[in-house]
Design a protein around this ligand. Structure first.
Ligand SMILES: CC(C)(COP(=O)(O)OP(=O)(O)OC[C@H]1O[C@@H](n2cnc3c(N)ncnc32)[C@H](O)[C@@H]1OP(=O)(O)O)[C@@H](O)C(=O)NCCC(=O)NCCS
Length: 169
């Protein structure tokens, strides 16, 4: 399995593909941020592995420090067959004890590289209400994503979905 190791000694960060056995710990890590999100993640991770899991067009990566899962992020191709080189990133979460140490940046750049390598042209992601997730907006803006749209009352009344995109080719 392909791995990337950053740093040295005990605190070195490993980024690798998520395996089915990692689901429980990854979901627990997400629950430290938001219980509801962690239940959605559990559903989607299980479904992903049920449907044959990792493939060229979809994957979940995890970040580990000393065997502890400290971050995750996924991607998949767009469902529109006329937009084959468009990808979406999903489920970016970092363990709160490890914020602002560059872990999300490493996951995000690793995923961009993988998407580029399989011919991706554009990456999208969605974020909830701007006031609920200011750090996510700052993070993605720093990485070159721009707001391209907003779906009003998408999740429920008063809960919009913001669409951010970045051209990688
Ligand atoms: C958003 C999130 C993924 C960032 O993870 P992280 O590992 O702390 O991010 P990084 O350390 O790689 O941050 C890179 C840059 O993003 C910006 N950033 C990240 N978190 C920020 C915060 N809380 N406030 C302001 N800027 C922030 C900064 O520019 C930062 O660079 P700097 O530390 O040199 O100033 C993390 O806060 C998180 O998991 N939040 C909860 C879930 C979430 O919102 N996920 C995103 C869904 S789209």
């Amino acid at each position: 399995m392909e791995k990337n190791i950053y740093g040295e000694g005990m605190s070195k960060l490993e980024i690798r593909q998520m395996e089915e056995a990692d689901i429980k710990q990854t979901v627990k890590m997400i629950s430290y941020y938001n219980k509801e999100h962690s239940l959605c993640a559990l559903r989607d991770f299980k479904e992903f592995f049920l449907n044959n899991g990792v493939n060229r067009k979809a994957n979940f990566l995890i970040a580990l420090i000393n065997y502890e899962i400290v971050g995750c992020m996924g991607y998949h191709s767009d469902s529109d067959q006329d937009a084959e080189d468009v990808y979406w990133t999903t489920y970016l979460y970092i363990h709160p004890n490890y914020y602002r140490q560059g872990i999300a940046s490493k996951l995000s750049l690793e995923i961009e590289k993988r998407i580029q390598n399989i011919g991706g042209r554009k990456i999208y992601l969605d974020i909830g209400n701007a006031e609920d997730q200011p750090e996510a907006i700052l993070f993605h803006t720093k990485h070159g994503y721009k707001k391209e749209g907003e779906l009003i009352d998408y999740f429920r009344d008063g809960e919009n979905k913001l669409l951010f995109g970045k051209k990688i080719k």
